[in-house]
Design a protein around this ligand. Structure first.
Ligand code: COA
Length: 311
């Protein structure tokens, strides 16, 4: 039986770049503080989920060498849908010329991995091709007067085409988790702005990353030594460093774009993954660990074997 594998990929970032120095003109902060406490230097802002998703989705289909008529389902992971309804996926579906179902999924910053695992189940259920997009426009819900949050977030989108064409399974193990008891430490009400208890999110994020990664690797029957590259949610370099230490992983095995994107929520993992592909850091056969956490608190991890179609 053929299995789901990633056959196309692309990202999109809005043109407008906001540097730490730009933010230091808006709130009482410094470039040095932001870089030391988060690892972020700049971020892209000014995107909408539908625009960014459409650009990334179109480019991912082009990489896969397929057209809109080939897609059987659109999954859009986002927590910043442009409207209450219709879903952003409905708007993106039309913009891309797709003729298939379209679903928004909200698992906040864990959304892309939630979407990847879900897409693989649809493929196992008989669909041939799923377009999965992770896209968030956090700048629009950021409180630009709150220095404790506004330094962290940015906008972006990343998309992958998942096709039922692999000879071997590429999703080897996964873990999805949600702990609603922590819903109050990171949230945004309808019409409101992001509210966050940064210290508590930090503490829980390190543990969530470790647990999710360990569970996914256990289910895949692999250890951290087998993982060629980890693609962590890009929230804070110190969260990544602390969780890598607990997992016994060296930092040179991390895909990183955080410094130039900030935290782009559901877009962060595909942004880091595509950056690593473009940099030649991912080779056919490599085992990748995708791991993230976010509001909910949600967490998710997946071990995949990189199995792109050979040219
Ligand atoms: N510039 C300068 N000083 C700042 C600041 C900023 N942007 N933001 C906070 N501070 C100050 C605080 O007011 C505090 O001052 P005080 O000691 O006089 O009270 C001091 O810096 C330390 O604040 P603290 O909150 O302890 O900093 P921190 O080391 O925990 O870093 C975060 C703050 C937000 C960067 C960090 O907690 C974090 O990244 N948490 C996780 C957030 C996250 O990932 N969210 C998304 C999850 S998907």
């Amino acid at each position: 039986m053929p299995h789901g594998r990633i056959t196309g990929w692309a990202t999109h970032l809005p043109d407008k770049v906001l540097t730490n120095d730009d933010i230091a003109k808006m709130v009482d902060t410094t470039d040095e503080w932001i870089r030391e406490r988060s690892g972020i230097t700049s971020r892209h802002v000014g995107g909408t989920v539908t625009e960014m998703s459409t650009e990334a989705g179109k480019a991912a289909m082009a990489t896969a060498g397929i057209g809109p008529e080939d897609i059987d389902l659109l999954l859009l992971a986002t927590c910043t849908s442009d409207q209450q309804f219709p879903s952003s996926s409905a708007v993106v579906q039309h913009a891309l010329g797709l003729t298939c179902g379209a679903i928004d999924m909200n698992a906040a910053c864990s959304g892309f991995v939630y979407g990847l695992v879900t897409a693989m189940q649809f493929i196992d259920g008989g669909l041939d091709r799923v377009l999965l997009i992770g896209s968030d426009a956090l700048a629009a819900i950021t409180d630009w007067t709150d220095r404790g949050t506004c330094v962290l977030f940015g906008d972006g989108a990343g998309a992958v085409v998942i096709e039922r064409s692999g000879e071997e399974p590429s999703l080897l193990g996964w873990d999805l988790m949600s702990d609603g008891s922590a819903a109050g430490i990171l949230y945004c009400d309808h019409g409101g702005k992001i509210v966050m208890n940064g210290k508590e999110v930090f503490r829980r994020a390190v543990l969530a990353m470790e647990n999710a990664a360990t569970n996914a690797m256990d289910r895949a029957g692999v250890t951290s030594g087998d993982i060629a590259l980890v693609i962590p949610h890009q929230a804070n370099i110190r969260i990544i460093e602390a969780s890598f230490k607990r997992l016994g992983l060296p930092m040179d095995r991390a895909a990183m774009v955080l410094h130039r994107t900030g935290n782009t929520s559901a877009a962060s993992i595909p942004l880091a993954m595509v950056d690593a592909i473009d940099a030649g850091r991912i080779q056919p056969g490599d085992l990748l660990l995708l791991v993230g956490f976010g509001a909910g608190m949600s967490s998710a991890a997946a071990v995949i074997r990189w199995d792109p179609p050979q040219a």
